[in-house]
Design a protein. Structure first.
Length: 99
């Protein structure tokens, strides 16, 4: 069984939240409201200063149709990155960090 690198999983989780918010053109205030957290907390999450707790993460996954194990499953995560890249090349000139 493969051991999880908790730091990497934590960073992936934060990047997923930020990149999905940006790809959907949501403000931090809009996303924070959806997750039931403050804009300040979301900013800390997006800047890797805080990891989301379970409830906001599950709300995020439910609201955006993403699997909760996305940051931990290498195959799912790489597929998500490919989909995000497709979205960003179709209509957005925004650059997003994908690692």
């Amino acid at each position: 069984m493969k051991a999880f690198n908790t730091r990497e999983i934590s960073h992936r989780t934060c990047h997923i939240i930020r990149d999905e918010r940006l790809s959907r053109d949501l403000t931090q205030i809009e996303m924070a409201s959806e997750l039931g957290i403050s804009q300040s907390a979301l900013s800390k999450i997006e800047n890797l200063a805080m990891t989301p707790t379970l409830i906001p993460w599950l709300k995020f996954c439910s609201a955006f149709g993403l699997p909760a194990n996305l940051p931990m499953d290498e195959k799912l995560y790489k597929g998500w990155i490919k989909e995000l890249e497709k979205k960003s090349t179709k209509g957005s000139s925004r650059s997003t960090r994908l690692n």
